[in-house]
Design a protein around this ligand. Structure first.
Ligand SMILES: [Zn+2]
Length: 79
């Protein structure tokens, strides 16, 4: 145990992936392409900012709609 591969975001950002990593549910290691797109478009700091928003929702945000949310966020914030 403990040898789990880091999620896609931690891998790309070369960070240590914590057990409660906020990125992990949205950017699993088996789907690195998704985070690569988001990272390229928004940059790492904006991605964490958006994930904070995501996590403040009182219900689990569907992963499938994650990218949609990111792009809506970008539009609304003029990023
Ligand atoms: Zn992670």
């Amino acid at each position: 145990m403990g040898g789990a591969s880091p999620c896609a975001s931690c891998k790309l950002l070369r960070r240590r992936c914590a057990k409660d990593c906020i990125f992990a549910p949205y950017f699993p290691s088996d789907d690195p392409h998704k985070f690569a797109i988001v990272h390229k478009v928004f940059g790492a700091s904006n991605v964490s900012k958006m994930l904070q928003v995501l996590l403040s929702f009182p219900f689990p945000f569907p992963r499938e709609n994650c990218l949609t949310l990111f792009f809506t966020f970008r539009k609304n914030n003029g990023i």
